[in-house]
Design a protein around this ligand. Sequence first.
Ligand code: ADP
Ligand code: MG
Length: 732
Amino acid sequence: MTKAVRAQAVVNTFKIPTRKFDVPSDINGHPLRVSEYYGENVFDYHKSEILTKQDKQDIADILVKKKELSKEMADKFANAVLNWATGKGATHFTHWFQPLTGSTAEKHDAFLSIEGGKPVEKLSATQLIQGEPDASSFPNGGSRSTFEARGYTSWDLSSPIFLNTHENGKTLTIPTAFVSYNGEALDIKTPVLRSITQLSLAATKFLDLTNDSNREADMHDKVKVTCGCEQEYFLIDKGLYFERPDLVMGGRTLFGASTSRNQQLDDHYFGTIPERVLAFMSEVEVELYRLGIPAKTRHNEVAPGQFELAPIFDDANVAVDQNQMVMSVLKSVAIKHEFICLLHEKPFAGINGSGKHMNWSLGCSKHGNMLEPTATPHKNLKFLATVAVICEALFRHGASLRTAIASHSNDHRLGANEAPPSIISAFLGDTLTKILDAYGAGESYTDDNDKFMDLGADQLARLVKDNTDRNRTSPFAFTGNKFEFRAVGSSQNVGIPMTVLNGAVASVFNEVNIRVEKEKGEGKAMDDILMGVIKDLYNNSKAVVFNGDGYSQEWQDEAAKRGLPNLRTSADALKVIANTKANTFLTDLGIYSESELITRYNVRVEQYCLHRIIEFRTLLSMIHKDILPAAIEFKGRLAKSIDDQQDVKIDPRVDKELLSQINDHVNNLYDKAKKLNAPLDGLGHEIEDAEKIANELLPLSEEIAIEIAYLEENVSEELWPLPTYYDLLFVR
Ligand code: ADP
Ligand code: MG
């Protein structure tokens, strides 16, 4: 970006006042406590003024599936929702769903209806329960041809109905599943719900079987899957964003020379949050609180311009929906603050990318968290068996889990020496590994660890030692009382990894349950049964346990020796979806049908190709419209300067050297661009195309990026037409 343009951008940026927004207040203008307005944009039937006590009891029963939803009840519910929403100023309603693109979709209808020539607001039971969006434009992976593209949205009772607000109004938003005419899931949510049901059944059965008592009263209530997603993102200046077509078209910079200072000083991480950013975060939080999303932590992340938000965990199905809403609120509020929020996994080369740590656990009210080690984990056999089940699930289905997080954008992060590698392994920490190693070898374990961390300063409270040292390089880490799937990408819908993880763990629990039931019937003591389970599962699966540095080359070599899959690119990983045998754990449980898997395979391969082709075309256009003209102009200036100097008998040594170097790089750039362009028209969206893209064209585009970075650093700043990393990351 030329100096003059940058100077103007800086002036503009500093002119932007910190945005004041409407902090929720009472009629006297005093700010409300968060607890006073939390969830005000979420429909809560308990608070409805038009539902009777009996209606509310019926709804509660329907929600826990004790009762079927009748037409009459649906009418009452719809009416209560309508009354609440219009009372709050909503004019439209929408069925909100999560098509296979990974984002969310909505089509709005007005409540307005004309009855007997008079305007009235209406929301019928049918409108609440079922919708029929014109689905022909959603990717369907060949599962439906366009002319019969009938997809139905159907109300998901398990996720709250909410109001989406914009500056000038509100829309009643009904979370729905999206299915085809014959009941095939066309979305991400339906399989999530199925996987939660399966895992819940399997884990509840495990707890009941391993219960010492057989009395009905001691049986466990339904185990819930819990999830909390830490969301990382970048904020950049809105004005500069539109100057970079690569950011606008693909969400990442396709090239850029590193700045001399980026993250090496670690001075941004957990640093003071800049004023304008804090104003943004506060508004995001108010929006989320209104939506009943419990945003809990906020901080600067490692890279300049990078931040994180994490909510308090919730039931997995709710958490998946809420993460979609978090991403959407981040983006929309950012614009109000003259920022653009980038959710791409790798917006800038050379500095950290963004991930989404999917924290995951299991629990029920009677037993509590199944991943809680307690003070004596070595005696907590149910906990250890649960960990062993998870290790076995990871060991067997690591490839499927890798596939679940495969995308063109996450490819830049996985294995890039900053993020977990594309090898799926589990970090268990020292204590847990020692216990399992001992039990696996049939030995006993004595707890001789000093449980307190010596901080060497008496005035500091003695901290109880966390059982894990929080290894940051592991894709799947035990972090105290939950596992954290860290390889998930920042822009991804967590529904897909959630589904595969739940399915993998459920399938192993089911096998264990059969064994426990049998041995129990034979009169074996429960402790011996559990010890046997722990020993066998852990011995079988411990190749997947790795507590060392996941970024190192040694681990890649070691993992290969252990026979763990290392699916480096999406093109490699996506093939697993089409491998019927690799997916029987999912199809046997009814989480995906075979044809649903084929649909997903086709869609994801297509999405991969489409995104990359957009990137390549954008890159080529920027080369021809911006970069080559600037570099050629600079060459002309140098040539003229050489002539001028020779006229007055000065030796233009430096000019000549510069010209010759720039010329070489311009030639390289031009030739490589031609080579990238040649195959583009012939590219389709099949797996062979994806392979060609991943193995040939993407590496070629990366070589091109290096040529451009050279030019960016050597062509006069006066001529450089695009914002640089300096502008994007530091002008704020
Ligand atoms: P860190 O950055 O150290 O991993 P954070 O507090 O930023 O910790 O994030 C931890 C996330 O894990 C939060 O979203 C939290 O709600 C979630 N979490 C905590 N306990 C559970 C649990 N039992 N199940 C699922 N998620 C959990
Ligand atoms: Mg974390």
